[in-house]
Ligand binder design. Structure first.
Ligand code: ADP
Ligand code: MG
Length: 208
């Protein structure tokens, strides 16, 4: 596949919403271990609201679509992850203004902008045990995988999942989990896991 259209983007967000709903308990359990146990509920609430918004009105292009996603997540998710995921999708929107579709290069550019926005807002570096640890290596894998969207997103999803697993031995340096200090070690980061779910559903959407 070489073009990721508005209808593909809608399919991605719906698949992400379904996956987040299915994994809600796991995400909240991960957050209960090193945070306050709300990450699964936060993400499900946000994506249910996003799907409602997308069903209510068609988006003219990818820019408009991701702006809707970002604004809705900003106002519904809450916690630390709400502004971070909201800002991420708003940046995807800014970088996709007027575009009816992404090719692989546009997808990588938009997602890299999203990562930069997360890091600008949250100040997390690689290894701080956050969603950045899943997104950053995933985008390296995507950029290195060439122009076929199915192959590129599959590589990104695998890298994100692997990296999310590898957050377990890390010491949390950002967000609520950082209050635990050494006791944050031994648990996977919930945000790295929700990020992996987003990229896994992006990959399955590109395969279909
Ligand atoms: P809260 O911690 O406010 O309850 P959530 O539970 O919804 O918010 O989200 C927690 C997740 O947010 C963490 O697992 C981590 O991945 C991510 N996170 C928290 N702070 C930051 C930050 N400064 N930069 C990047 N990601 C962060
Ligand atoms: Mg939480």
């Amino acid at each position: 596949m070489s073009e990721f259209s508005v209808s593909k983007a809608v399919a991605w967000i719906k698949a992400a919403s379904a996956a987040l709903e299915k994994e809600e308990t796991r995400l909240s359990d991960l957050d209960a271990a090193i945070g306050d146990g709300d990450h699964g509920a936060n993400m499900r609430r946000g994506f249910v609201a996003v799907v409602k918004k997308l069903d209510a009105a068609e988006s003219a292009d990818l820019g408009a679509l991701y702006k809707t996603v970002g604004m809705t997540l900003l106002s519904t998710v809450g916690g630390a992850s709400g502004p971070l995921y909201g800002g991420f999708f708003l940046e995807l929107g800014k970088r996709s203004m007027g575009r009816p579709a992404w090719d692989a290069a546009a997808m990588v550019d938009a997602l890299k902008g999203g990562l930069a926005d997360i890091q600008k807002r949250g100040k997390a570096e690689l290894g701080d045990k956050t969603m950045v640890d899943a997104l950053s290596p995933a985008l390296d894998a995507m950029a290195g995988a060439g122009g076929d969207l199915a192959a590129a997103t599959k590589a990104a999803a695998a890298a994100a999942r692997d990296a999310a697993t590898k957050t377990a031995p890390l010491l949390a340096r950002k967000g609520r989990a950082s209050y635990l200090g050494e006791r944050s070690i031994g648990h996977e980061d919930p945000g790295a896991n929700s990020l992996a779910l987003l990229l896994e559903t992006l990959s399955t959407t590109c395969e279909a």
